[in-house]
Structure formats: structure tokens, C-alpha cells
Design a protein around this ligand. Structure first.
Ligand code: UD1
Length: 338
């Protein structure tokens, strides 16, 4: 069975391609290589023994998307990762984000509604909840005004899919709201490859430890949390990848309760920034150079998932813990700098 993975050479996409191939799906990847390297194909092939099909294609080019689906008319499911994801950049260049993240989604859906029984998995984010009023965050927590154009593209994206499912009964879809994806494949063949200075905590930690950055800034220790630093739900990317396969199978096997469903993907455990640092130091044996600095504008105090719906309804549970995620991230950092 052929599955299309857009953005399949990116961080979460590449791990998902591995898990899809591991259970026997034929994968075709679309990626425009704007934030990924074609070399990731070699990593995927080294792990699975099978090279996925790959086409360099920009999903904003409607004719090319149409042509792609003509040539691959046997695609039965689509997992859509391809999107721009830098929060700060989206504030500076909102139109780039609206054009890139939304037109590509619309063009994909236009092709899918032409097919019978199309299954679509969308890469969403816990950012849609903003600072939720209660922890852990359930799927019923209200969607708050987005803090950034990036976050807004995820909210609008969900609405576009929900509306399209209502109007076209050929389409069934699941939006997966990720908490904080971290770590790398245990083989260290694939992992996160941030371009330039990392904005996210874990790649900044590993790059500091390897000597690429002088010092990690911990953004604020005066939050109303036990140690004063922000709390997030860090989920191992391999667990996250497996959730995509399970969500896709739910649709392909017609186990879904509604034609559009939403699931949180997290561990259910909140960790503070200092706890993440401690975990890294523990598994790596390295002392991390960090200092407490001021708060980062836009940060929420705390966000961790209620996992009941994903556990019980989707039948998926995170199996790997923070130490395992930090160790895999560290092995990956060492491998790419060696
Ligand atoms: C960020 C995005 C979120 C996106 C997610 C994707 C923001 C406001 N949110 O989430 O929309 O879906 O990435 O992965 O950008 N931290 C430091 N020092 C650093 C970097 C981070 O102390 O150098 C802290 C942050 O203050 C935060 C935690 O580490 O408390 C996690 O930060 P980060 O990895 O950037 O993720 P989020 O901000 O949760």
C-alpha cells in the first residue's frame, strides 16, 4: 500500500517514514529541501534496508501537485508534515507562513477529495491551546488566539480540514497535536538538523555540550513552577512517529469514530527546563554550561498532555522516557559532528 509523506525528509517526517517502512508500507516522499537534506534518504535506507521513493516538489505549485497525483494514483494515505515551523520567522514574515503552510494544504486536499476513501493525517501542535487554563491539557481545552502566525496556520489548517471533511465524505482525517518532540533514532542514522542557531531547547543543549555554542540561556527561573523554569511535555520522536502509523491505520481500517478527529500526542509528564538539563547531564556524563537569563517573550508557563484519549481511543502510548530521548539526541549530535 502506497503512502505519501510530505516533508518526509524533515525531523518528524523521516522518523515516520522509517516506522511506515518497518511495518511494510511503500512510501513516497515529497520534500522541497528548504529545511532538509537529500542525505536523510541514506539514513532512512540504512535503518530500514529500503530506499523510499523521493520527489523534490514544492507543494505551493498547484500544477505540480496535480501532476504528482496523476502519476501516483495508487496513493491510499497522506501524512502531511511539509510546513514552515519557525515561530520568530513567522512573526517577521507572516505572508510566507500563510502562503506556504495553507496553500500547500489546500492543494493537497483538492487532490484527495477527488479520490475514493482518502485518509489524511495532519501535523498539528499543542501551540493551538496557548496557555491552557488547566493541566493536563485535554483535546477539549479551548483553542486560544494564536501567539504567532505559525501557530495560526496550525489552527486554520485544522479548520480547513474539518470543513473539508464535512463537505466531502470521501475524506477522513486526523489532526495530531504534538507536544515537544525531541530525541533521535537510536541508530543515530537520522535526527534533528536545525539550520543556524537552534531555537528549541534540546538541540541547543546538545550543540552547547559539543562545543558549537558557548552557553545555554535558560529563559527565566521566576515562573510559578516548582523550580521556577517552564514546564513542557517532551516526547521522543520515535514514539511520535509510531503514533502516525497507528493513526493512519485507524483511518485505513475504518476504526475512526468521526471523519475528522483530533488527538494529543505527549507523554503526560511535564518536565522543567532544569530537569531536562539534569537528564542530559545524567545520560551524557557531560557538565552543561548554562546560565539563567530573562524570560523569552511568548513562552507559556506550562503545557503537558492529557493522554487518556490517545491511550484509550487511538491505542497508542509513549514508551520512551526523557533520559532515553536525551541520550539519543546526544548520540546523534556526536555522530553528525564526528
Ligand atoms: C516551540 C514553539 C511551538 C512549536 C514547538 C516546536 C515557541 C513559543 N513555541 O515550543 O510553537 O510547536 O517549538 O518544537 O517558540 N528554552 C530555554 N533556552 C533555550 C531554548 C528554550 O530555556 O535556548 C526553554 C523555553 O523557554 C521553553 C522550553 O525551553 O520553556 C522549550 O522551548 P522550545 O524547545 O523552544 O519549545 P516551545 O517553546 O515549547
Amino acid at each position: 500500500m502506497k503512502i505519501l509523506v510530505t516533508g518526509g525528509l524533515g525531523f518528524i517526517g523521516s522518523h515516520t517514514v522509517v516506522e511506515l517502512q518497518n511495518v511494510g508500507y511503500d512510501v513516497v516522499i515529497i520534500d522541497d529541501l528548504s529545511n532538509a537534506s537529500e542525505k536523510v534518504l541514506d539514513g532512512i535506507t540504512a535503518i530500514t534496508g529500503k530506499k523510499p521513493l523521493f520527489e523534490k516538489l514544492n507543494l505551493r505549485e498547484r500544477n505540480k501537485v496535480e501532476d504528482f497525483f496523476h502519476r501516483h494514483n495508487d496513493i491510499e494515505g497522506v501524512i502531511h508534515f511539509a510546513a514552515s515551523k519557525a515561530v520568530g520567522e513567522s512573526v517577521e514574515n507572516p505572508l510566507l507562513y500563510y502562503e506556504n503552510n495553507l496553500s500547500s494544504l489546500v492543494y493537497l486536499l483538492k487532490e484527495l477529495v477527488k479520490k475514493k476513501g482518502a485518509s489524511f493525517i495532519f501535523s498539528s501542535s499543542c501551540t493551538v491551546y496557548g496557555q491552557a487554563d488547566a493541566m493536563p491539557i485535554t483535546e477539549n481545552a479551548p483553542v486560544k488566539n494564536a501567539e504567532s502566525p505559525y501557530g495560526n496556520t496550525k489552527q486554520i489548517g485544522e479548520e480547513i480540514i474539518s470543513d473539508t471533511c464535512k463537505a466531502h465524505e470521501e475524506l477522513q482525517a486526523i489532526a495530531l497535536r504534538y507536544f515537544n518532540p525531541v530525541g533521535a533514532h537510536e541508530s543515530a542514522e537520522i535526527g534533528e538538523l536545525p539550520i543556524g542557531i537552534p531555537q528549541n531547547l534540546v538541540p541547543f543543549i546538545t550543540q552547547t555540550a559539543i562545543g558549537l555554542r558557548d552557553q545555554l540561556s535558560v529563559f527565566g527561573d521566576d515562573y510559578p513552577t516548582p523550580d521556577g523554569t517552564c514546564i513542557r511535555d517532551y516526547i521522543h520522536v520515535v514514539d511520535l512517529a509510531k503514533a502516525h502509523v497507528i493513526a493512519l491505520q485507524r483511518l485505513l481500517n475504518k476504526k475512526n469514530k468521526q471523519r475528522y478527529e483530533v488527538f494529543n500526542l505527549g507523554t503526560g509528564r511535564g518536565s522543567s527546563v532544569l530537569e531536562v538539563i539534569k537528564s542530559f547531564e545524567h545520560v551524557s556524563g557531560e557538565k552543561l554550561n548554562y546560565k539563567i537569563t530573562g524570560r523569552r517573550p511568548g513562552d507559556v508557563i506550562s503545557a503537558y498532555a492529557d493522554t487518556v484519549k490517545a491511550n484509550e481511543e487511538l491505542g497508542w502510548k509513549a514508551e520512551l522516557d526523557l533520559d532515553e530521548a536525551m541520550l539519543s539526541a546526544w548520540k546523534w549530535e556526536q555522530k553528525i559532528r564526528s
